[in-house]
Design a protein around this ligand. Sequence first.
Ligand code: GN1
Ligand code: MG
Length: 377
Amino acid sequence: MDFTIQTEQQLLDLVSEFRIDAGIAGIIPFGSGHINDTYRIVNIDPEGHDYLLQRINHHVFKNVPLLMNNLVNVTRHLQKKLAHLPQSAIEKEVLTIIETRNNQSYYLDVSGNYWRMFYFLKNTRAYDLVTTEQQAFEGGKAFGKFQAELADLDTDLIKDTIPNFHNIEFRLNNLDKAIESNKAGRLQEVLPEIEFIRLRANSMFEILESGKNKILPLRIVHNDTKFNNVLLDSNDRAQCVIDLDTVMPGYVAYDFGDSIRTIINTAEEDEADLSAIRLNLNLFESYTRGYLQESVRFLEKSEIDSLIKGVLLLPYIQAVRFLTDYLDGDIYFKIHSKGHNLQRCRAQLALVKKLEENREILEQIIQTTWQHYQLEN
Ligand code: GN1
Ligand code: MG
């Protein structure tokens, strides 16, 4: 990435472009996202708001004004759903966009970087690794509710920020191109991974095909539901869904699968020791319960049946994307060590293997949980 590091003074100047009313005690890099750069702006007044300043990666999100327009529409819609609550509670449960002094939702600096600001949500936590059933259940509730609340948002208002984002055909084509051009000269190292991916390719098209055949409805979904994109409060209760950049039309199975990818795995997304990658079925069951509790009222049976397919597809598609980026020379995802993208790819493929071995039991848990809520409703 050709981004230059910002100096403290540059950051302070940027902050002053936004409508904030705070003395600034400090600006600290924040979070573990692979795409954008995030800073926490600490208020001198501990009672006042802190803020989150973000530089949007415009190499990844090529049309930032369109992206921010989606965000305005999504957050407004969610806020309206909570209109019965006091303002302070709404601010906790939905991201609040802080406008610039020119009433814009983002600021474009002289070097062509795009910046935006939100309230920082104090006393919350994002987990890279889920350890308790309550956390999993609360996460499931949060993403289920998020989809349910967006089910009546006018789809014309939400545009594709990254076209073909979870389109497996597109992702496999990109991998083929990366293999073909072998830009970073790394092809020989990854032949077993390519074989693993190719062996399974045909079985991964089912969601896409059912979507094309109108068996699955196209909905507004989050598209990046890894567990660290839901904030839990200090009692581990769901508080706010974050990282709304990829909220776009898609299939509910994408969101379910992407959450499960990070919940069911006993190890991190990039675990180097593949033997540490095991499935925690209790966490899977808890997430499924939380998710279906909130979503059962709007989901169609075909969507319930697609969930297991999303569980297999999402780690697979991530592996394809990590491998493509490795072959291209690490130009998309931030990496923290040499070979990081390959390590991520291998960890995700190990997870796919475990999921395949347990497919039946996972499917059974989904169906039993669904039937339970069917009876209740
Ligand atoms: C990226 O920004 P972050 O870390 O939440 C990526 C997701 C991947 C994820 C893998 C826009 O998300 O699609 O699932 O990394 N976001 C984009 O950890 O590509
Ligand atoms: Mg994120």
